[in-house]
Ligand binder design. Structure first.
Ligand code: ARG
Length: 460
């Protein structure tokens, strides 16, 4: 095996299995472009502060850009002997530029380097995920717009409660995603702090300019304490919290689509482009997409847990345990992005709402019972009294296998003299929904305003 960068201090070679165990190159290669950007900023700073000469600075930048090209052209394949992406790049730089390449690591440690790389990576990923969220929200808004007056049973305890506008139901998810979008924006502020220049843990003897590298890399600030700078992973944990919440939201939506597509609910049909079949049961059409999203949420929650446990016993400052943050982070990012993409496609073109079934569903239950009580309460009957009376009516209707709309006007008036002919209109599903016109409610007028407000919010 090739020599390690640090082999001079050692008597004999690393055991090959230990070399593999120790190496992170197989996964931290993902950071290579950020590592190069961070190194370029560092090289420029070394030149600007006179720690190296301007010519040396230029040589380093040139070599680093060349490695970037090699990588993009698929020509850079560092092996396990490189240990990690940082050594791999530095080694290649020295191959390309000779002794000047060996100056790059002046006033720097892999500890502040990897922290910088990870933050640069996460910044980019957060921006991409926020954009995906906006796209998904747009799909939900389009769907809401065409379904303001489509009614769907609303549930509590998964029991029919009160009918709602399908648009209102979809807008609930818009709101969850809006918080996700905002949360990621807030977290971005804390991801966007530069640890570069913290050195191994204690700072450096060289007259570096941390603010200059931070500025070159578009960081919003620098870590005030070098020991915190190299060992803080709060930003990664915060991101995993936000990622977990996104997955909670996608998983809840998935669960509903799965229920809705069952024969028992029958609210949606899955289009062929987003459904799958069975190997044995010829009739099957399965909701694999939302099932996978629901399932994959578990791994993101797991990664959050893993990172919390990884951190909790670490003494200051850097410990190799920290190398293990990367797979958790990378896998979470990939999972969230893949799930957002799949759900966006599913909601945009994978579902057909069975509007006749939906319309029939809201006709055939007692989900307008609250409206009978409200009817009386609006006519001066104390609500609790009205509620008790309607409870009895529901009980007798169920015994007689009737719905509320089947009662005759005489029967209504026997129950209470306040009932008049307009009771039928008051308990018709459309009216029941339209009447819930309180702010944030499902009334059509409210929903139309909510869609408008959501549009302008998500376009700002
Ligand atoms: N590959 C390492 C990581 O990901 C880089 C930092 C190594 N630092 C060290 N002192 N061994 O954390």
């Amino acid at each position: 095996t090739k020599q390690q960068t640090w082999s001079q201090r050692f008597e004999s070679a690393l055991h090959p299995a230990i070399a593999r165990f120790n190496a992170s190159i197989s996964f931290d290669i993902e950071l290579i472009e950020y590592d190069i950007s961070g190194s370029i900023a560092h090289a420029k700073m070394l030149a600007k502060t006179g720690i190296i000469s301007p010519e040396e600075g230029e040589q380093l930048v040139e070599g680093l850009e060349r490695i970037r090209q090699e990588y993009r052209q698929g020509l850079f394949h560092p092996g396990v002997d490189a240990e990690d992406v940082h050594f791999a790049v530095e080694r290649r730089l020295t191959e390309l530029k000779g002794d000047v390449g060996k100056k790059l690591h002046t006033a720097r440690s892999r500890n502040d380097q990897v922290g910088t790389d990870t933050r640069l990576y996460l910044r980019d990923q957060i921006n991409q995920i926020r954009q995906q969220i906006r796209e998904f929200q747009g799909v939900l808004l389009d769907l809401a717009e065409t379904n303001v007056e489509t009614l769907i049973p609303g549930y509590t305890h998964l029991q029919r409660a009160q009918p709602v506008s399908l648009a209102h139901h979809l807008l609930a998810y818009f709101e969850m995603l809006d918080r996700d979008w905002e949360r990621l924006g807030e977290i971005y502020q804390r991801v966007n702090i530069s640890p570069l220049g913290s050195g191994a843990l204690a700072g450096t003897t060289f007259p570096i300019d941390r603010h200059y590298t931070a500025e070159l890399l578009n960081f919003g600030g620098v870590y005030a304490n070098s020991m915190d700078g190299v060992s803080d992973r709060d930003f990664a944990i915060e991101f995993l919290c936000a990622a977990s919440l996104i997955m909670v939201h996608l998983s809840r939506m998935s669960e509903e689509v799965i229920l809705w597509s069952s024969q028992e609910f029958g609210f949606v049909t899955l289009k062929d482009s987003c459904a799958t079949g069975s190997s044995i049961m010829p009739q099957k059409k399965n909701p694999d997409v939302p099932e996978l999203v629901r399932g994959k949420s578990g791994r993101v929650f797991g990664h959050l847990q893993a990172l919390l446990v990884l951190m909790k016993g670490l003494p200051l400052a850097y410990n190799k345990d920290l190398q293990d943050d990367k797979e958790a982070l990378f896998d979470s990012v990939k999972t969230v992005k893949a799930c957002l993409e799949a759900m966006t496609i599913l909601m945009r073109e994978g579902l057909e709402f069975r509007t006749q079934r939906l319309a029939a569903a809201v006709e055939e239950d007692f989900s307008n019972a609250t409206d009978v009580a409200d009817y009386l309460a609006a006519r001066g009957v104390p609500f609790r009294e009205a509620y008790n009376l309607v409870g009895k009516v529901v009980k007798t209707c169920i015994a007689a296998n009737k719905l509320l709309k089947d009662l005759t006007l005489e029967e209504w008036q026997e129950l209470h003299p306040a009932f008049a002919g307009d009771i039928y209109e008051a308990i018709a599903p459309k009216q029941v929904v339209a009447a819930r016109n309180s702010y944030g409610g499902t009334g059509f007028e409210q929903v139309r305003q909510a869609i408008q407000a959501a549009r302008s919010r998500s376009q700002s």
